[in-house]
Unconditional design. Structure first.
Length: 75
C-alpha cells in the first residue's frame, strides 16, 4: 500500500524534482535541527504536507546563493 505522501507525489508529477526531509537537509548542510527550524523562520523555502516538512533542493540552493556575502574590499 502506498503512503499518503507517495500518492501526492505521484499524482502531482513531482517525481522529477528532488525533495529533502529535515533530516536530509541537516546532512546536506551539516547543520542541526534547531538551525533548520531557525532558517525556516528566516525564509528558507519549504513545503508542508500534513505534518511533514519538505525542502526542494533547487529552492534551498537558490536561497543559499541569495545569502552569499560578497567582499567589500579593504577598509
Amino acid at each position: 500500500m502506498l503512503s499518503f505522501f507517495t500518492l501526492v507525489v505521484l499524482s502531482s508529477g513531482l517525481m522529477d524534482k528532488t525533495y529533502l526531509t529535515k533530516k536530509d537537509l541537516m546532512g546536506y548542510l551539516s547543520i542541526s535541527k534547531a538551525t533548520v527550524e531557525k532558517l525556516m523562520k528566516q525564509g528558507l523555502p519549504h513545503v508542508k504536507l500534513e505534518r511533514r516538512v519538505l525542502f526542494r533542493k533547487a529552492d534551498v540552493d537558490k536561497w543559499l546563493e541569495s545569502k552569499i556575502v560578497r567582499g567589500q574590499g579593504p577598509r
